[in-house]
Write a protein that binds this ligand. Structure first.
Ligand code: ADP
Length: 483
């Protein structure tokens, strides 16, 4: 029987309950709303009471709700029914609901009481769990857990695929099932790491399959902790890297073979260039004598043509010899101290004399720039960059050389308005034998000059680089430390 004492006890229970306790009339009007309902749904008692229950029922759940209410009107009670509601912010929340009819003294149903428990966290934990389980099930890697005694506790399909044992065959067995005898020490080492709370990452080792094959695997082992942070076991992720290990082996072998072939080629190039140089020097000397003797003769023209080609050949052989020296690590500098301004002026004048179509303009703000460098080698660099600027700008006439000085280095910039270089080739032009594709038919060359130039500049402690746009021209730069 309801007494004032009973009623106040009940009220205290409703007020302090963790679950939302709501009552409503049969038309859905909310009649009571406890503090837990406010906590779960966000509406205060004043905001909720008098409103229709639809304030917490999402559109898509209304039909379901009507079905429940129909049952309750018939006197039925619905227990722990899981459904979805929305809170004041419109966010969806999962609840477990018990719905009971409220009857009057005559036993007629006059309203409904609802007890709702927020199970959003539980639901999201469940979802996370099933997501994790799905990941483990579908992983190609073996994912295994074991206790601190090495007894296998879980074994995913990936482990079955890699090691051949089914889940049933492996759970409860010792992990030594898949460890080769000679590597048993590893397990002791891994377990001692795990006991100390340490992870073992990407450890490459060998394991043994059910059919006795040895496979290469990459292993990551992490400690597994219980709720109180005690280490209770280890989880292992193992990836089969047998194929990778085989590829690595082959790659190493091929690299070694390539290296050997490359060495043979370098040795051959050094030997051939050397053997070619001697006879060529003799031919050149004799042609020069011949040329001086028949200078006024009509046959001198033939000798001149032959001399020109011999000079080209001689330059190419010198370049090849330089490359060999660089490869063999015996490329040495002969350093002297000199002024760079007259040095550059002289080279530019020399090239100007042989170039009728181009005008070479030299600009230097500074009158004197003292550097310590190998003069011949530096001359080789300047000639290479300048003759390239002339060669690769056939339909324009300006080539500019600008020198600038900072406190630590001198920068030489050579500008042409020629064919330019595509972006994808910019970082390749300083490598050995590289020439931009499709040039050979129009411009002769060997693709060695810039490689040697960059080696010379690097050995001086400087830098060489290029800025260029295809069809618009190029700016070649090199820098050398100043004294
Ligand atoms: P090459 O004997 O071919 O000129 P280099 O090593 O001097 O050899 O140059 C390498 C390549 O860089 C050239 O073949 C050419 O494609 C490109 N190159 C060099 N200088 C220029 C320039 N001023 N303009 C356009 N392309 C250039």
């Amino acid at each position: 029987m309801e007494t004032p004492e009973n009623s106040s006890k009940l009220s205290a229970i409703v007020q302090s309950s963790e679950d939302a306790i709501i009552s409503k009339a049969l038309d859905g009007t909310i009649k009571s709303w406890n503090p837990a309902a406010e906590k779960i749904f966000g509406f205060t008692e004043a905001e909720a009471v008098g409103k229709n229950i639809s304030i917490i029922i999402p559109e898509e759940m209304r039909k379901e709700e009507a079905g429940i209410i129909a049952k309750v009107k018939n006197g039925e009670r619905i227990e722990h029914y899981q459904t979805m509601r929305r809170n004041k912010n419109g966010e969806r929340i999962f609840i477990a609901l018990s719905v009971s009819p409220i009857k009057n003294d005559e036993g007629n149903v006059i309203g409904v009481s609802k007890i709702a428990r927020d199970i959003t966290k539980q639901k999201s934990d469940e979802q996370k769990q099933s997501m994790l389980a799905a990941i483990i099930d579908s992983s190609d890697d073996a994912i295994i857990s074991k206790d601190l005694n090495g007894i296998i506790m879980s074994w995913n399909p990936g482990a079955e695929k890699i090691f051949g044992y089914s889940e049933k065959e492996s759970i409860g067995k010792h992990i030594s099932l898949i460890i080769p005898k000679e590597l048993m020490d590893e397990e002791t080492h891994i377990i001692s790491n795990i006991r100390a709370g340490k992870k073992v990452s990407h450890f490459e080792t060998v394991r043994i399959t059910k059919d006795g094959r040895k496979i290469n695997i990459s292993l990551t082992v992490s400690p597994v902790k219980d709720r109180n942070n005690n280490i209770i076991g280890a989880s292992k992720i193992a990836r089969d890297i047998t194929e990778k290990a085989e590829l690595d082996k082959q790659r190493k072998l091929l690299t070694k073979q390539l290296q050997e072939l490359n060495n043979y080629k370098d040795e051959f190039m050094a030997m051939a260039s050397h053997e070619l140089k001697t006879p060529l020097t003799v031919i050149k000397a004799n042609l020069q004598i011949l040329e001086s003797k028949i200078r006024t003769d009509s046959r001198a023209d033939f000798v001149n043509k032959a001399l020109k080609q011999v000079n080209k050949l001689s330059d190419l052989i010198s370049d090849l010899l330089d490359v060999s020296k660089i490869q063999a690590g015996i490329f040495e500098l002969n350093l002297t101290t000199f002024d760079m301004v007259p040095f550059l002026t002289e080279i530019i004048d020399g090239i100007q004399q042989t170039s009728t179509e181009h005008v070479l303009v030299f600009n230097s703000d500074v009158k004197k720039i003292i550097i310590t460098a190998d003069k011949d080698r530096l001359e080789q660099v300047v000639i290479n960059i300048l003759t390239n600027a002339v060669k690769y700008s056939p339909n324009t006439e300006d080539v500019q050389v600008v020198v600038s000085l900072t406190d630590k280095k001198v920068v030489v910039k050579v500008t042409d308005q020629g064919i330019g270089i595509a972006e994808e080739d910019l970082d390749k032009i300083f490598t050995r034998f590289f020439r931009v594709r499709g040039l050979a038919s129009t411009f002769s060359g060997s693709g060695i000059g810039l490689y040697i130039s960059s080696e010379i500049i690097k050995r001086h402690g400087g830098n060489i680089w290029v800025e260029s746009e295809k069809g618009k021209g190029s700016d070649f730069y090199f820098s050398i430390p100043v004294d």
